[in-house]
Each structure stands twice: as C-alpha cells, then as structure tokens.
Design a protein around this ligand. Structure first.
Ligand code: 1HN
Length: 360
C-alpha cells in the first residue's frame, strides 16, 4: 500500500506580480458577485470566539435615577413600553447587551398601563423593585414581586399595569431580557397590536403555578408550547430552594450553588432561546475561573461581592446588572451571601450543538 504523509508547509508569500494578478482576478470576480474565501477564511472561522462587546456593569445606584426620570418625560401608554435599554458599550447603536440578546430596565408608575401586543420575540422579566403591578400573559394575570422570574413566550398577548394609587404606591421596575438579535438573525420578526389596551384575562391569578408548578400535572394535559407552562417563578420559592441547597453540600467550585429554572413538563430549560439560572454564593466564597461560549447577563438579587473578568474588577451590589461576553474567563466573590440571576443563549447553543464550557 502506498502511504504518503501530508506535511503542512506555510506557502511562500506571493511575489508582487502574482499578488497584482490575484487582485485583478478578485476585481473581475466581484463583477459577478463572487469573492475569494481564502482571503477571509481565518476571520470567518477563527480558532476561538472573538469576544463580542465588552464586560460591563450598570451600577443600579447610578442608573436608577435615570429610569425614574423617564416617567417625567413620557407615559407608559405613549412609550408603549417605557424602557431604558442596557446597551453594551462595545456594541453601540445595536440595542444589544450581548451578541445575541437584548436587555432593558422597564418602569411602570401607579395607575399606568402598557398596552397589549404580541411579537415573535420571547421575553423574560426579572423583577427588581416595587409593588402593585401585574403582567398579563396569554389570558392570565400575575402580580410582579421583586425576585420573580416571569416568562412571556413568543407570540403571546401581553400587557402590564400598575394597580396602585399614584403618590402612595411604589413605582415598579424590572429587567426585560429578549432574544431580539436571535429573531433578527432569522429575519422572523412579526408583531401585532391588540385591538384593546388590555387583552382578555380568562384564568384566575395563580392558575398556572397551581396546575403545573406544584410537582403535579393535570392528568391528560397536553402541552403545546416550547415554554414552561409556569410563567411566574415566585421569588419566595426560588429563595427557599437555594437555601435548602446550601444545607445539602458544598457549592460547585466554579459556579456556587447554581440552579436552572426548569420546565416541569420535560425537565428542560424554561424557555426555548434563553437559559435562565439562579445561584447563591455563601459569604466568603470565591469561585475558580469559568468560561463558556454563551455571553452572560447577571442581575444581583441580594448581597454584595465582586466579579472579575480578566483584569477588570466590578464590585457587586443589589440590583446591579452585568454582562460577560462569551468565552471570557471570570470569577465571582461573595462578601455577604450573594444571589445572582443570569440569562444567556446557552439553551439555543446546546440545541444547535455548539455550546462549550471550560473550568479552570
Ligand atoms: C416588549 O414587548 C416589552 O412587553 C419590553 O414589556 C421590551 C423591547 C423590544 C420589543 C418589545 C414588554 C421590549 C418589547
């Protein structure tokens, strides 16, 4: 058998004459909308992800006054959604917090209504502060309380309202996470405004949680959504689960006590495009380095500490929002018991077969 061993040798640099001929060829090819791959291959397919955007922190103490001031400039009704976008400083003009995701801080004042609409983008809400407001999703109202994680699945009617009295009740602020850039990649955006400001509410408050979120399922129930039928994961339950976990064993060295929000129907992630997680780092705990191919958005729920990304150091305080671009190693440190909510496109990457992570 004839065995030949291929050796890879770097090609010699082209002579100026050859280079000139090539350039002329590229120019002629361009007239046919053709382009050479070989001049672009390495940048099209680099050896590892090029970080998209930068690591950044929005300190809540600094941005909260701007969110509240937005109410002096526009009503929720006029704005449709009164939101200040958390735009990654490395992705200016894109309305993106990461390469694939959107984030914003939404404000609703007592007595206000954000009118009903639907769109193909999925939305998550992580409630930051306030009381007295609800969101209605696909015919069910749910009160929004700090620490709750709420799902608005693709193409479901949704509106938000604050039932409190102006002057006495607190403004409500939450973080919106949407998969806008993912839907844009597929150019599959559709939206529709509801004929009424408020869409019909057809089920009692708490219906979904009772039916699907109690370790029970109605017999004969046929699930028709890619999302969890539980659309509000209340903070009180999440907190209890996290604290129970701390009694059972040591935190993961690279993540702390880390849990994911789960779809009770199939044990999968709660949403089809956005992976949502909650973690607790006990006071004094520090994680070892970790990186993954999904860019991550963090919300500090409780406690304080620090996030390190490369040479950057961000102090963490309640309600701060942070972003870590994909494949950048980072560590977390808790000065007091630290609880972090996070979301990323990990669920989509897993389904498509290219999610990667590295510990250490
Ligand atoms: C949207 O519908 C909401 O329903 C929030 O609260 C933010 C950002 C872009 C497009 C639609 C909401 C949004 C959004």
């Amino acid at each position: 058998m004839n065995t030949t061993t291929a050796t890879v040798t770097a090609a010699p640099a082209p002579t100026p004459a050859i280079q000139k001929e090539r350039e002329a060829f590229y120019g002629r090819a361009d007239t046919q909308s053709l382009a050479p791959l070989w001049t672009r291959l390495k940048s099209l397919v680099p050896a590892a992800p090029t970080p998209a955007g930068v690591a950044h922190r929005w300190a809540y103490a600094e941005v909260r006054p701007y969110v509240l001031e937005s109410a002096a400039h526009i009503s929720a009704a006029e704005a449709e959604r009164r939101v200040l976008i958390l735009e990654n400083p490395g992705l200016k003009g894109s309305s993106q917090i990461t390469n694939s995701l959107y984030a914003g801080l939404q404000l609703i004042m007592p007595g206000e209504l954000a009118p009903a609409h639907r769109h193909t983008q999925s939305a998550l809400r992580f409630i930051i502060e306030g009381s007295g407001a609800f969101t209605a999703v696909d015919g069910e109202k749910t009160p929004m309380q700090p620490g709750d994680f709420v799902i608005t699945p693709s193409w479901t009617w949704h509106h938000h309202a604050h039932e409190g009295a102006a002057g006495t009740d607190a403004p409500m602020i939450w973080l919106d996470g949407l998969d806008i850039p993912i839907v844009a990649l597929f150019n599959s955006t559709f939206r529709e405004d509801h004929a009424q400001d408020a869409a019909a509410v057809t089920r009692p408050v708490g219906d979904a949680l009772a039916r699907y979120g109690s370790g029970l399922l109605p017999v004969g129930y046929r699930h028709r959504s890619l999302n969890s039928p539980v659309f509000n994961y209340p903070w009180a339950r999440t907190r209890d689960a996290l604290h129970a976990l701390t009694l059972a064993g040591a935190p993961d060295a690279h993540a702390g006590h880390l849990m994911r929000y789960v779809n009770p129907i199939d044990g999968g992630w709660a949403m089809p495009t956005m992976a949502t997680m909650i973690r607790l780092l006990p006071a004094g705990f520090a994680t070892l380095p970790y990186r993954s191919s999904d860019s991550m958005v963090f919300v500090v729920v409780e406690g304080s500490g620090a996030l390190r990304v490369g040479e950057q150091h961000f102090a963490l305080h309640p309600h701060d929002v942070l972003v870590v671009p994909g494949w950048m190693a980072h560590t977390l440190h808790a000065s007091s018991d630290l609880v972090l909510f996070s979301y990323s496109d990990r669920v989509a990457q897993e389904k498509l077969g290219f999610f990667r992570e590295q510990r250490g």
